[in-house]
Ligand binder design. Structure first.
Ligand SMILES: [Zn+2]
Length: 322
């Protein structure tokens, strides 16, 4: 629309009554959402934008596609946009992304998010995991001071798989074997007293020392004091890697022990397990192989770490070259 006609249209806006204003807002909402998300993406990527192929920082504008500015690298000549190489590349309906991110911040179920954003349930589900793909990697670099570590278990789930490697269970089923067995997924959580938290889905069955080496060691400050229950895997892990270690004997009803460094217990990490399981219940069972996405989702929400859609979008599209 040309400027004079728009001016005339704009001048008439005060004549609208309330239902008409609401109708207009509704009609503009998707376009406004698109404009906002495009501006946000450009704002996030703009400083330090570089070619995803060769990392060259020199590029020029090269037309528009899929609502985004395209760029052409001055060095290798490849074209890209600000989402190239991210889990969100080629995802459609950008005008609804911010509403979808708000649904993630609200821990909406697939059905709830689909209704709110007005997309199909399958889309809401696919988006969930695209948006969370990099959110789960947004973790503290290191755990320091007193570091509590403990594992928790969930019944393994092959939800959504075409082929089960066991007999199907009834909904809300129980593990067929008592105790820790290969019917349970092991989730390791470690948390320091400043609240920094890491987790890992270590697979089915009991936690092994090698898994602690793989998941915990790279994140553990060498000066940290590791606090765990009396599981022998932690003891062996700490001994092998010369990590200061205190074990709480929960079986003998020991809960807290005083020490010069602070109270020795695993109550923070156990509370985190509890929060995770209580929060997860709304989703009525999630597939084992997607558990890490849910752990990342909770970590974003826990303690109000991520509170705005903009912040969540920034994490979801990640740093350049993630
Ligand atoms: Zn390049």
């Amino acid at each position: 629309m040309k400027a004079p006609r728009f001016k005339k249209l704009f001048a008439q806006l005060p004549l609208l009554n309330q239902p008409q204003r609401l109708q207009l807002l509704d009609a503009l909402h998707p376009a406004a959402g698109l404009d906002r998300v495009v501006a946000l993406i450009a704002g996030i990527r703009g400083p330090g934008r570089r070619c995803p192929d060769c990392s060259c920082e020199r590029c020029h504008r090269h037309g528009q596609a899929n609502d985004l500015q395209r760029f052409r690298c001055c060095q290798c000549g490849r074209t890209f946009n600000d989402l190239t190489g991210t889990p969100l590349a080629r995802l459609r309906l950008k005008g609804r992304w911010l509403d979808y991110l708000a649904a993630l911040l609200d821990s909406r179920t697939v059905r709830g998010a689909a209704e709110r954003v007005e997309v199909h349930r399958n889309t809401a589900f696919r988006w969930r995991h695209r948006f969370l793909h990099w959110v789960k990697h947004d973790r503290p670099r290191q755990l320091t001071g007193i570091v509590e570590a403990d594992e928790t278990f969930l019944l393994e789930s092959q939800k959504g798989s075409r082929k089960l490697d066991r007999a199907p269970r009834k909904r809300g089923g129980k593990a067929p074997l008592p105790g820790i067995s290969h019917h349970l997924d092991c989730i390791l959580v470690a948390r320091d007293r400043s609240g920094q938290t890491i987790d890992a889905v270590t697979g089915r069955g009991a936690l092994k020392k090698s898994q602690l080496v793989q998941h915990l060691l790279p994140k553990l400050d060498p000066q940290a004091l590791l606090v765990t229950d009396s599981n022998a895997a932690y003891r062996a892990f700490a001994r092998d890697h010369a990590i200061a270690h205190q074990a709480i004997n929960l079986q003998s009803r020991e809960r807290v022990r005083a020490s010069p460094n602070g109270a020795i217990h695993v109550q923070n990490v156990n509370a985190y397990h509890r929060r995770f399981k209580e929060w997860l219940a709304r989703f009525h069972g999630v597939a084992s192989w997607r558990l890490s996405n849910y752990l990342g989702w909770l970590w974003a929400l826990d303690g109000g770490r991520v509170t705005s859609t903009e912040q969540l979008l920034r994490i979801a599209i990640g740093p350049i070259h993630s």
